[in-house]
Design a protein around this ligand. Structure first.
Ligand code: NAD
Ligand code: WQD
Length: 346
C-alpha cells in the first residue's frame, strides 16, 4: 500500500534542478507529479528523466499563476507536500523586466500557497537562493546572516521568504522550508540531463563548458582585483545531485514531524569557496581542453566572496554535500560533450 506521505507536487520539475531532484525523489521512493509551463525547459528533459527512472513521469503542463489549473491537480492527488522550483532566475533579465519577475515568482507563489491552503497541504520546500544574503559581511554565511537584495530577482526571492514567514506566523500548521542554494553546477552522471541555458549563458560553469566544447570563443573573467586568493570571485559551487539529495533530506525531515515547523530556512552549500580561476583550471584539467580567457571589468552587482555555513543542514537534515569540484567539472563536461546543443536534438 502506498504511503500518502510519499506524494509530492514538483513545480518547475522540468528545469535544471527540478529534473535532477525528480530522479533523487524516485530513488528515495517518493511519487511525484511534475507541474511546469516549460517556459525555460523542454519536454525532452521530462522524457529523459522518465528513461532514467524507467517509468513515465506524471507531467502536467501548466502555470503556477493559473489557480484553476492548480486546483484540478490538487483535487486529483493527495499531496504530502510541494517542492516549489517554478520561477524565473536570470538576474539581468529581472532588471530589464521586473514586472515579469515579480508576477512569476511572487504572484505565482501566492497563487500556489492559496491553493495549497484550500487543499490543506501545509508542507512546502521552496527554492530560495544565497542571493537573499546580498553582499555578506561575514563568511561563512549562516542562516541568521542579514538579508538584502540588489536586483528584482533577488528581491522576488526575499519577498517570497517574507510571505512564508508571515504565513507561518498566521497559522502554526505550516511547515515552510526555504532552501537557500549557493551556486548549483554539474549534471547527472549519466550525461543525459543537465543545465541547458536558452541563450548565451550568464553563469560561469555553463559558459566555461560552452567554451570548452567550442561553442563560444573565450571566457571573460569579470574582475581580477577582488580581495580573494587570486583576485577573482569566490563562490560555493555545489553539485546539482548533492542539491537534489538536499531536497530529499528536507522532505524526509518533514515526514518525521508531528506538527507544523513554521518557517525554517536552510543553506544548501558545501561550505567551501572556489575562485573563478580555480574552477577554470579544474575544468581544463578534467576536459583536457584549452579554455581561452581574458580578464575584463568587474560585473555590476557582483560580490567578492560567498560561501555557506552548511552546519544547519547537517545538524537538522543529516545532509552534507559529498561531491568535489572535480566531480562537478567531470559531470558538466560529460553532459556538455555528448549534448553540445543541450536538449535541442533537432
Ligand atoms: P530552471 O529555469 O531550469 O527551472 C525552473 C522551471 O520553472 C523551468 O522548467 C520553467 O519552465 C518553470 N517555470 C518558470 N515559471 C513558471 C511558472 N510561472 N509556472 C510553471 N512553471 C514555471 O531553473 P533552475 O536552475 O532549475 O532553478 C530552479 C529554482 O531554483 C528557481 O526558482 C531558481 O530561482 C532557484 N535557484 C536557482 C539557482 C541556480 O543557480 N540555478 C540558484 C538559486 C536558486
Ligand atoms: C560566479 C562567478 C562572476 C560568468 C548567480 C545569481 C545567484 C544564483 C546563482 C539564482 C562570479 C564570475 C561569471 C562569466 C565570470 N542564482 N563570472 N565570467 O553571480 O555567483 O550567482 O547564480 O539564485 O542569484 O546571481 O553566479 O555563475 O554568474 O558567477 O567571471 O562569464 O563567476 O563574476 O564571480 P553568481 P555566476
Amino acid at each position: 500500500m502506498k504511503n500518502i506521505k510519499n506524494k509530492i507536487l514538483v513545480t518547475g520539475g522540468a528545469g535544471y534542478i527540478g529534473s535532477h531532484t525528480c530522479i533523487a525523489l524516485h530513488e528515495a521512493d517518493y511519487d511525484m507529479v511534475v507541474y511546469d509551463n516549460l517556459s525555460n525547459s523542454s519536454r525532452e528533459a521530462i522524457n529523459r528523466v522518465s528513461t532514467l527512472i524507467g517509468q513515465p513521469i506524471d507531467f502536467i503542463e501548466g502555470d503556477i499563476r493559473d489557480a484553476d489549473s492548480l486546483r484540478q491537480v490538487f483535487a486529483a492527488h493527495q499531496f504530502f507536500g510541494v517542492i516549489h522550483f517554478a520561477g524565473l532566475k536570470a538576474v539581468g533579465e529581472s532588471v530589464a523586466k521586473p514586472l515579469m519577475y515579480y508576477d512569476n515568482n511572487v504572484n505565482g507563489t501566492i497563487t500556489l500557497l492559496k491553493v495549497m491552503a484550500e487543499h490543506e497541504v501545509s508542507n512546502l520546500v521552496f527554492s530560495s537562493s544565497a542571493t537573499v544574503y546580498g553582499d555578506p559581511e561575514v563568511l561563512p554565511i549562516t542562516e541568521e546572516s542579514p538579508r538584502s537584495s540588489t536586483n528584482p530577482y533577488g528581491q522576488s526571492k526575499l519577498t517570497v521568504e517574507h510571505i512564508l514567514e508571515d504565513l507561518a506566523l498566521s497559522d502554526n500548521r505550516w511547515s515552510l522550508i526555504p532552501l537557500r542554494y549557493f551556486n548549483p553546477v554539474g549534471a547527472h552522471p549519466s550525461g543525459q540531463i543537465g543545465e541547458d541555458p536558452n541563450d548565451i549563458p550568464n553563469n560561469l560553469m555553463p559558459y566555461i563548458s560552452q567554451v570548452a566544447v567550442g561553442k563560444l570563443d573565450q571566457l571573460s573573467i569579470f574582475g581580477n582585483d577582488y580581495p580573494t586568493v587570486d583576485g577573482t570571485g569566490v563562490r560555493d559551487f555545489i553539485h546539482v545531485t548533492d542539491l537534489a539529495q538536499g531536497h530529499v533530506a528536507a522532505l524526509n525531515y518533514l515526514t518525521q514531524q508531528q506538527q507544523g515547523l513554521g518557517f525554517l530556512p536552510i543553506n544548501l552549500g558545501t561550505g567551501k569557496g572556489t575562485s573563478v580561476l580555480e574552477l577554470l583550471t579544474a575544468f581544463s584539467a578534467v576536459s583536457g581542453q584549452n579554455i581561452p580567457f581574458r580578464f575584463v571589468e568587474r560585473r555590476a552587482g557582483d560580490i567578492a566572496s560567498c560561501y555557506a555555513s552548511a552546519d544547519k543542514a547537517q545538524a537538522l537534515l543529516g545532509w552534507k554535500a559529498s561531491l568535489s569540484i572535480t566531480d562537478m567539472c567531470q559531470d558538466t563536461w560529460h553532459w556538455q560533450s555528448i549534448n553540445p546543443n543541450g536538449y535541442n536534438i533537432a
